[in-house]
Design a protein around this ligand. Structure first.
Ligand SMILES: Cc1cc2nc3c(=O)[nH]c(=O)nc-3n(C[C@H](O)[C@H](O)[C@H](O)COP(=O)(O)OP(=O)(O)OC[C@H]3O[C@@H](n4cnc5c(N)ncnc54)[C@H](O)[C@@H]3O)c2cc1C
Ligand SMILES: *[C@@H]1O[C@H](CO)[C@@H](O)[C@H](O)[C@H]1NC(C)=O
Ligand SMILES: *[C@@H]1O[C@H](CO)[C@@H](O)[C@H](O)[C@H]1NC(C)=O
Ligand SMILES: *[C@@H]1O[C@H](CO)[C@@H](O)[C@H](O)[C@H]1NC(C)=O
Ligand SMILES: *[C@@H]1O[C@H](CO)[C@@H](O)[C@H](O)[C@H]1NC(C)=O
Ligand SMILES: *[C@@H]1O[C@H](CO)[C@@H](O)[C@H](O)[C@H]1NC(C)=O
Ligand SMILES: *[C@@H]1O[C@H](CO)[C@@H](O)[C@H](O)[C@H]1NC(C)=O
Length: 634
């Protein structure tokens, strides 16, 4: 396409970007900034891929102190050393009693990890190498191992900072990692000895009453890549529109969430977060800044939407769809086998057998509710026998959410489910739904941001529509049996969010993206969380045994859903055959795009496209991100 900007470029010496959304994107790296400094030069072909490993602190080839300092000058001083905050609690040059006290006090706070450039929410991925020692533990059980963290962080505030980071890392073969909020469950946001790009401050918002991008015509918004869910709710409220937002207050909207798909409580109506995107501004592996949309750089535009975070480029902003305001209603109820301790009119106590009949009935309404554009959210919790309660107990907690309804319409939607539960002996009333006038109001309940750090692990599975079509079928019964076994024998909680981001719901341009076909066919995303904390005090064997036990129960979910897969943002890092499970038939096309756009392997992500060629060496227990990243094929 001969665009007007290509014509403009003829008249200016410096390259002119196709377009940018925000002022922080107008500050770009120019060839004149690079001069003859080969550390920050843009990527060129051919690529020399002979070294087997990425550069690592302490090894030959690691840039000297002076070169890091020159790099820091080119960044205007935005380079930070990778010192985790808990280092303040340990002997050595970073010891600082006052700082340590703050870290101790704040470590459980969701805002703490989110606002730190180094600390990921998932702690086991770095083998928790610098734990915050509690007050009564002296000396600490383990030392603070700085080498496990990214070595340096670029505290990015402009596109230029990001281009410099990509160029410096690629030219010096340093592992590059990207941290936004740090919410990633599987360690894609961190790596030992890496150069970390911290994009957390790329926040900006502008409502666009009317845009035309390729075949889309309508209202939209420009969004900075680092906006979080709570910020999106407040911005959409001010603009008096609906924008798709994530399910948890501090999760980033357009980082890992969007690039891996991104579901929320309105997904059966509006699709995934990847489906909202109309255009993306991206720093690519060669260090260039490009505009992508359905017509320009269409390969990247396709790949980044659902093809996996942090593997094709660094997104700085997007243009996304906006919709008229919508009402939201939600119905909550529980049923349980244990004594009721809460004062609630929306839970009843039932026998074991009635409980499991109720679980079957509950999921037999999945398709009806999904097809009505509702989303079911539920936990089946279990408590081991205790002194208070000598029997193992079970609890189903449910919320059903639907946009665009009145209270009466919501009651009508839920009534057949309540009737079927009543018929199997679960005497729940049809509860009064909660109601919000707008989605922005729905997203701003009291309570504030959530999500503390953790060292637990996941297993997950996407259940396709065909499993739940006929509640009398073998497949349906086997699906429920696999859930029951997970909870009853495994002793784990079962969680599912039952949503349907079909191709039809995705619309244009969403339906033509790298979002996994398994996700498109799914009506239920099941997860099982292992509360075992994979901490440094457990032996390798204990890590492996806990994981193998969880996986043996997740395998039962896989067995009842052959040909399906898992959702890449909430999955086990040891997911078998991840290429098919996470990407389905898109994998080969994604791999070709990866090889074309990133022949240097400047980007790497756990279970990312092309990651099978790489391995983190020297880790203990199960694979973590705290060693040196090396090729396995050389
Ligand atoms: C409490 C909690 C609730 C969750 N709820 C949901 C939910 O309701 N629905 C759902 O779909 N998922 C949910 N998730 C999973 C979530 O989608 C992933 O954790 C996701 O990776 C978070 O992205 P982030 O950018 O906030 O986090 P980060 O950990 O900072 O980044 C995640 C990944 O994205 C990459 N990345 C981040 N920003 C960029 C960028 N600008 N350009 C390129 N790459 C980037 C990082 O390198 C990393 O690979 C939840 C997670 C948590 C912890
Ligand atoms: C790089 O350029 C500077 C002037 O811009 C010059 O002084 C220096 O010698 C050059 N270095 C190399 C290695 O060419
Ligand atoms: C980078 O420069 C800034 C400002 O000069 C300084 O404060 C910072 O410590 C430097 N970073 C590193 C890693 O030395
Ligand atoms: C990152 O940079 C911003 C702006 O320069 C600054 O306000 C902030 O303190 C920096 N963050 C850290 C952790 O140094
Ligand atoms: C907000 O938008 C809705 C339609 O989407 C409209 O009915 C309402 O009047 C608007 N409210 C304000 C305050 O502009
Ligand atoms: C339970 O809550 C209702 C409504 O708030 C209240 O009227 C009732 O007294 C409570 N019952 C008990 C046992 O606390
Ligand atoms: C219910 O089932 C669990 C395990 O499946 C069992 O431990 C418990 O004793 C049962 N409770 C009753 C009341 O039978």
């Amino acid at each position: 396409m001969v665009s007007s900007s290509a014509v403009i470029a003829l008249f200016f010496v410096a390259p002119v970007a196709f377009a940018f959304n925000f002022p922080f994107e107008s500050n770009q790296l120019k060839d004149s900034d690079v001069g003859n400094n080969s550390d920050i030069a843009f990527g060129k072909l051919p690529v020399d891929n002979s070294p087997r490993c990425k550069s690592y602190p302490g090894y030959e080839g690691w840039p000297s102190y002076d070169r890091w300092s020159v790099f820091n000058v080119s960044l205007n001083g935005a380079l930070l050393k990778g010192i985790p905050p808990a280092a303040a609690c340990y002997e050595g040059e970073y010891k600082d009693a006052a700082k340590c006290a703050i870290v101790r006090r704040r470590q459980g706070d969701a805002l703490f990890a989110k606002e730190d450039p180094l600390i990921p929410f998932g702690q086991w991925q770095l083998d928790n190498p610098c734990p915050v020692p509690s007050l009564n533990v002296t000396p600490p059980l383990v030392e603070c191992k700085l080498i496990s963290f990214p070595a340096y962080v670029v505290n990015a505030s402009t596109v230029k900072d990001i281009q410099l980071a990509v160029n410096f890392a690629r030219n010096n073969r340093i592992r590059l990692t990207i941290k936004n909020t740090g919410h990633d469950w599987i360690g894609r946001n961190t790596g030992g000895g890496a150069l970390q790009v911290w994009v957390h401050r790329l926040k900006a918002f502008e409502y666009l009453p009317s845009v035309q991008i390729a075949q889309y015509k309508g209202q939209a918004a420009r969004v900075g890549a680092a906006l979080e869910q709570h910020e999106l709710y407040s911005n959409m409220g001010k603009a008096n529109v609906t924008l798709m937002a994530t399910g948890s207050a501090t999760v980033g909207a357009y980082g890992g969430f969007m690039q891996g798909g991104g579901f929320s409580y309105v997904t059966s109506k509006y699709g995934l977060m990847a489906d909202q995107v109309l255009a993306l501004e991206v720093v690519t592996a060669d260090g260039r800044f490009v505009h992508t949309d359905p017509e320009d750089n269409a390969d990247l535009f396709w790949a980044i939407r659902g093809g996996g975070p942090g593997n094709f480029g660094i997104v700085t902003s997007a243009i996304v769809k906006a919709y008229p305001t919508t009402t939201v209603a939600r119905t909550d109820f529980n049923f349980q086998t244990g004594p009721i301790s809460t004062n609630s009119t929306t839970t009843v106590r039932v026998s074991n057998e009635t409980f499991w009949k109720g679980v079957s009935v509950y999921f037999s309404h999945n398709l009806r509710i999904n097809d009505a554009k509702g989303v079911m959210w539920n936990f089946i919790d279990t408590q081991a026998p205790s002194r208070v309660n000598p029997e193992r107990t079970f609890l189903l907690r449910n919320q059903i959410t639907k946009p665009g309804v009145t209270v009466e319409e919501m009651k009508d939607l839920i009534a057949p489910l309540i009737k079927d539960l009543n018929d199997v002996g679960i005497p729940l009333p049809n509860p009064e739904p909660r109601f919000w006038k707008t989605y922005a109001d729905y997203g701003s309940p009291p309570g504030g941001p959530s999500g503390a750090t953790s060292s637990g692990r996941f297993g997950s599975r996407l259940i396709p529509r065909s499993n739940l079509e006929n509640p009398k079928s073998e497949t349906f019964l086997a699906t429920i049996a696999s859930i029951r076994s997970f909870v009853e024998e495994g002793g784990y909680s079962h969680h599912s969010v039952d949503y349907s981001p079909s191709y039809e719901t995705a619309g244009y341009p969403g339906s033509n993206s790298a979002v996994s076909p398994h996700l498109r066919n799914a009506v239920m995303h099941m997860t099982g969380y292992d509360t075992t904390q994979y901490t440094p005090d457990l032996t390798d064997e204990e890590w492996k045994a806990s994981h193998a036990r969880l996986d043996s129960y997740v395998q039962k979910w896989r067995d009842v859903s052959p040909g399906s897969g898992a959702y890449m943002n909430e999955v086990d890092t040891e997911e078998p055959n991840f290429q098919d499970s996470l990407y389905g038939r898109n994998y080969d096309r994604l791999l070709r795009i990866k090889q074309q756009r990133d022949p240097w392997s400047a980007f790497y992500a756990v279970m990312g496209v092309g990651s099978e060629k790489w391995k983190v060496e020297g880790t203990r227990g199960l694979p973590t991100q705290q060693g040196r990243l090396c090729r396995v094929d050389a």
